[in-house]
Design a protein around this ligand. Structure first.
Ligand code: PLP
Length: 393
């Protein structure tokens, strides 16, 4: 298998080197706090048979990957939900089962391997929380130094995780965009590798592994896949995986992908509808998809248009209700951003064929943000001392 970078705008190709991030030509007009122009995508050339190994489709040799079991997340067949919804071919791909409990491990794993290959020991990034705690955990397994810029609003569990793993954490008095700018400035001054989402092309490439796994686990074509969207990097990674499978002749068509955003953080959905990116301050209970400027917006939008994808939004209330519904009917407790994908499915379900093969991607574990999760349940106020204190209804 051979690999190179290809610009998603001008199609110019480049060798994969650690200092190349976005297309040097197309990124000349890049303004601060705007979606990235000239995101690079990995191009693969070669042949495999259907029993390929996933690491063989990644552009870094396997000996560089750290000893931590990323991916291979379980595919759930939720019997109660299938019965309740009437969707007999409903599946949930639970990426909260990754080592640091979020989907972001797929990207961190490949970035860590690339840093190892190119003898780089410092990896810097900005994160709303999961990418940071992920890179910290994967970096711990690899013996790398992780420097993390985290907005002050990040849920405590994600901050604690990153610190447990031994990362250097700078808490930023501002939002993710501010953290992003500071991390870029830090990288310019101090060097090392930068793992910022989409800016480092290997983040999208690492995320493609979910599609490769689904191909192996399902053994039948997917009709519709639901995923929550912030920067649009997971969305593009999913497309990349299916595009590779198609190029290799292993699937005939790219599934329909429905990206789900919070009503109050819907930058990519607005751009999908209007063709223009506008910067509006956001807030949502789903912190992992709370993004003013979708860094991979331009590329993600192009993929949606090319492959017939769609975007839809759900309210915070719908997310919180969906989270509790999913927990109590399946035993799968996912964080609000993960539940958003399920909320999106619930919203779209009336327009879908109940026989369709539907996959919902849950992207993070519910314990990552237990504070938000309390909104969807009633925590008993009254304490009891004896069994007699229990009111018999
Ligand atoms: C990062 C993240 C997302 C969104 O991914 P983008 O690439 O930013 O679109 C969704 N869910 C969880 C749990 C995440 O951590």
């Amino acid at each position: 298998m051979k690999f190179n970078y290809c610009c998603t705008i001008c199609s110019k190709t480049y060798d994969i080197t650690p200092d190349l991030t976005v297309c040097p030509e197309c990124s000349k007009g890049q303004l601060a706090d705007q979606p990235l122009i000239g995101v690079l995508e990995v191009e693969l050339h070669g042949k495999v048979n259907p029993s390929f190994e996933i690491l063989d489709l990644l552009p870094i040799e396997r000996e560089y990957f750290p000893p931590i079991p990323v991916g291979n997340s379980p595919l759930w067949e939720p019997a109660n939900l299938r019965r309740d919804t009437g969707f007999i071919n409903l599946f949930i791909k639970d990426d909260g089962s990754n080592p640091t409990a979020s989907f972001k491990d797929r990207a961190s794993f490949l970035v860590s391997a690339a840093a190892k290959k190119f003898n780089i020991n410092d990896i810097t990034l900005a994160s709303t929380g999961n990418a940071g705690s992920s890179m910290a955990g994967i970096g711990a397994a690899a013996g790398q130094n992780i420097i993390l810029f985290l907005p002050k609003t990040a849920p405590t569990a994600k901050l604690v995780q990153a610190l447990q793993y031994g990362a250097t954490v700078y808490r930023v008095d501002g939002n993710y965009d501010r953290a992003y700018d500071l991390s870029m400035e830090f990288s310019r001054q101090k060097g090392g590798m930068n793992r910022n989402t989409a800016y480092n092309p290997l983040t999208i490439e690492g995320k493609k592994t979910v599609s490769l796994e689904l191909f192996k686990q399902l053994k039948k074509p997917i009709d519709v896949l639901f995923v929550s969207v912030g920067d649009g990097c997971i969305l593009a990674g999913i497309y990349k995986g299916f595009k590779d499978l198609k190029k290799l002749g292993l699937i005939a068509k790219i599934p329909k992908i429905i990206g789900v955003q919070a009503e109050t953080s819907d930058a990519l959905t607005r751009a999908f509808l209007t063709g223009k990116f506008t910067n509006i301050p956001t807030s949502t209970v789903a912190d992992s998809i709370c993004v003013d400027v979708p860094r991979n917006g331009i590329h993600a939008l192009a993929q949606l248009k090319e492959y017939g994808g769609e975007m839809l939004t759900v309210s915070d209330d719908e997310i919180i209700q969906a989270q509790a519904k999913l927990s109590s009917s399946t035993g799968l407790f996912t964080e609000p951003a993960g539940a958003a994908a399920f909320a999106g499915f619930q919203k779209a379900a009336p327009g879908l064929d109940p026989d369709a093969v539907v996959v919902i991607l849950t992207t993070g574990n519910g314990l990552k943000d237990s504070t938000s999760a309390t909104l969807g349940i009633e925590v008993p106020e009254r304490l009891i001392n004896t069994i007699d204190d229990i009111e018999v209804p």
